[in-house]
Design a protein around this ligand. Sequence first.
Ligand code: ATP
Ligand code: MG
Length: 434
Amino acid sequence: MTPAPPDTSISTLGPCLIPSPVHRIGGVEAPFKEDAVDRILYHSHVLEDGRDSSTPSYEEAGPREKIYFDPPKTTVGIVTCGGLCPGLNDIIRGIVNRCHKQYGVARVYGFRYGYEGLVQRFGHTPLLLKPSSVEQAHHFGGTLLGSSRGKQDIGEMVDTLEDMKVDILFVIGGDGTLRGAAEIVKEIERRGLKKAVVGIPKTIDNDIRYLDKSFGFETAFDAAVQAVNCAYIEATGAVNGVGLVKLMGRDSGFIACYAALAGSNVDFVLVPEVPFELEGEGGLLEVLRQKLMKRGSAVIVVAEGAGQHLMQTGDDTDASGNKRYGDIGLFLKDRINAFFKQRKTEVNLKYIDPSYIVRSVPANAQDNVYCSRLAQNAVHAAMAGKTNMLVGRWHNSYIHLPLELVIHGRRKVDPTQELWHSVLECTGQPAVMK
Ligand code: ATP
Ligand code: MG
């Protein structure tokens, strides 16, 4: 471990006596730091001589000197579930390559179409995956195994693992998939089987708690930024032009926030964490009208889960039981057009919904590397007999995380913290639109 720098104190010209003008940003208290209190630890690893069980720490990922499974006798399965996300193929490829090239396992099966592939009556024959079958996989978006939603019988899935003598199951998916994986683990334990289940969490929204970032986020965010740039061009090329872009983010608005920060040409960011109203003097419509009068154009980025309380949404759910959200993009488009029509004001609104394009692009180089390292560490963990866990990254180190920790709750944009403050600073939007 690199020794800590001997002195990290920062020189200062003298006492600070002048109140900062950054006191409030858009009406919200600025997240001021105190030199002596707000400090970042240098070492992200627990020091050997100062090992202290009261300091929370993660088990570090990586190869173990002794492993649990005997590679030539080991059968591996991989399954991908839920919506598409850049990097799925990279993870599959990484697992297949590590299993065969580094460990020399007997076989790797790819289960088709999510958890359906583990239920024999669907008749989806598993693929036998070799390094040659995944050589080009990372050049393509999506998942070469296919995916699905919809509840499957846990007992039937574990029957398949038993019938096919699968020792290790790698599960790649979102919160639903990981809840499913936790159920599979319980059933495996109930039957007294020795099978490892290791997850690689997938969320394009980057909303997993206790982890730095999720794979595919950077690629998705790159694609989202391109859509926002197009909206800006459209908006500035017309009289009272409004570019409206809907981005992913059912419960957390990270992509919307970062996409706005990347180009700085966004006037409004609407995220699920910060409620807003349309009507009234401080509502979005009136604030937008004033912006158009002043600037002649405006760009709005809305996360798909924002403003749900404004729409009449029923109790409709998808096949997996997730609540179906109202389309806030189309809703805003209609309401903005109607608002200006009523005032006999010309407005040229261009609505861009790039969601499916953003989801299905191949991973960028950064995510190629990230996915391959996650896959590599997932294989090391599983071969060492670790189960009921996920691999992830924390403070730039790869770590093991109990499955249980991430299936209850998500990370959210905190309206009192730096990220949202940067968004307010950069857009100039009011902190409260009511
Ligand atoms: P996304 O982020 O794209 O929504 P997800 O993994 O959350 O990904 P879901 O469709 O919600 O996607 O779930 C994927 C699979 O996990 C589905 O087959 C679903 O039935 C299953 N699943 C979800 N929750 C559970 C649960 N509590 N027990 C067992 N299986 C579950
Ligand atoms: Mg989900």
